[in-house]
Design a protein around this ligand. Structure first.
Ligand SMILES: Cc1ncc(COP(=O)(O)O)c(C=O)c1O
Length: 381
């Protein structure tokens, strides 16, 4: 039977083998494993690609989020951490790390519901919350599945209420809003190089983009124990450097990012054309100002039939994933008064019950895409 994986990293490695092997060999030859030349080279290339003033490599996407928030606490409050009365708005329908980073920065995450069409934070709800609450210090929008949040509305609210914005760009490297790349619109943008990400390494890694000199300077201290001199430090820091080898591998893959995001969009287009008349599923929304890079192609399966469709596809060799089965506000870690929820979060809860991500391997054949489409059609017919 045909097997269609969600992603095929071996296929991608074979496609880029010469570049990746060459980059690794260079590291083996120079043996400069901590802050090797590949780290600065990658930071500079990503800064240029994104149109950001600074990029600072970090050891993961999660740490990139924490580092961004910590740097902003130091810059804005003059304190090492936020405190519990400082509220940061984000969505409950995301990976745990988004909310966890807020907890680790000392602030209180306030979960706001999502727009059911885009799965991203509902900016109307942000406006409502901010109008009635004065403890909000920032917003952490998540560009989920590679789909762009409404950054125009978010930046307007930030201006109106004097809030900072940290974009969670873990799933959207190369995506855009109007003429800007994601991660460069707010005060900082945190990216992940987790292997399955659309720009992934061969282990953990990440990068923070910022246009602000002070934030960049503090970030550079925080990633290496909190000081310019690691033997005499200023801040409560981390060992959160981007590894030289990961920088080399991500650097080799960066050359392919536009091609691969383009391939993702073509597969997404094929899914949309093939599935548009199928009753019982809702396809991803197209937004005029957004450059959606389709980290995932996620459909909503109606009438409680999601799990049934997932099992049927599995029987036909088609892998699918549920991102995410639990909303953050229902997790123990966000209980015990550590977070707040604004309103019912019913759209977030409904999404956890209905979303299904289809295979999205940039190198998957047209035949494989057709196979996925025909099996979805067949099951829901
Ligand atoms: C939305 C989101 N935020 C943050 C992260 C954390 O990134 P990492 O796994 O590199 O720590 C991920 C990915 O895992 C993610 O999908």
């Amino acid at each position: 039977m045909k097997q269609i994986p969600m992603l095929d990293l071996k296929l991608e490695y074979d496609y880029m083998k010469k570049d990746i092997d060459g980059a690794i060999q260079t590291c083996l030859d120079h043996q400069r494993w901590i802050f090797g030349p590949e780290v600065k080279a990658l930071e500079d290339r990503i800064a240029e690609y994104l149109g950001a003033k600074h990029c600072i490599g970090a050891c993961s996407g999660t740490e990139s989020l924490v580092l961004s928030l910590r740097a902003l606490a130091i810059k804005i409050k003059g304190e090492e951490f936020f405190d519990k009365s400082d509220e940061i708005l984000t969505t409950s329908f995301t990976f745990t790390a988004t909310g966890d980073a807020i907890l680790r920065s000392g602030a209180t995450p306030v979960f706001v519901d999502i727009d059911p069409e885009t799965y991203n934070i509902d900016t109307g709800k942000i406006a409502e919350y901010c109008a009635a609450n004065t403890n909000v210090v920032g917003i952490m929008p998540v560009h989920l599945y590679g789909q762009t949040c409404d950054m125009t509305a978010i930046m307007e609210l930030a201006g109106k209420h004097n809030l900072f914005i940290v974009e969670d760009v873990a799933q959207a490297f190369g995506g855009g809003w109007k003429d800007k790349k994601l991660g460069t619109i707010g005060d900082a943008g945190a990216f992940s190089f987790f292997p399955s990400k659309n720009l992934g390494g061969f282990g953990d890694g990440g990068v923070v983009a910022t246009n602000d000199d002070t934030t960049a300077e503090v970030l550079r201290m925080l990633i290496k124990h909190g000081g310019k001199d690691k033997y005499n430090v200023d801040h409560v820091g981390y060992n959160a450097r981007l590894d030289t080898l990961q920088a080399a591998i991500v650097g080799a893959k960066l050359k392919y990012i536009d091609e691969f995001n383009g391939r993702r969009k073509k597969i997404a287009e094929a899914y949309t054309v093939g599935l548009k008349d199928v009753a019982g599923i809702v396809l991803p929304e197209k937004i005029a100002d957004a450059d959606h890079v389709f980290h995932q192609y996620t459909v909503r399966v109606l009438d409680g039939k999601r799990d049934e469709l997932q099992s049927a596809l599995k029987e036909k060799g088609v892998s699918t994933m549920i991102y995410y089965p639990f909303p953050l506000h229902k997790m123990k870690v966000f209980g015990s008064g550590r977070s707040k929820s604004f309103g019912s979060l019913e759209n977030s809860e409904a999404a956890t019950q209905s979303v299904l991500s289809l295979p999205m391997e940039p190198l998957q054949s047209e035949e494989s895409t057709r196979y996925v489409i025909s099996n979805v059609q067949e099951h829901l017919a």
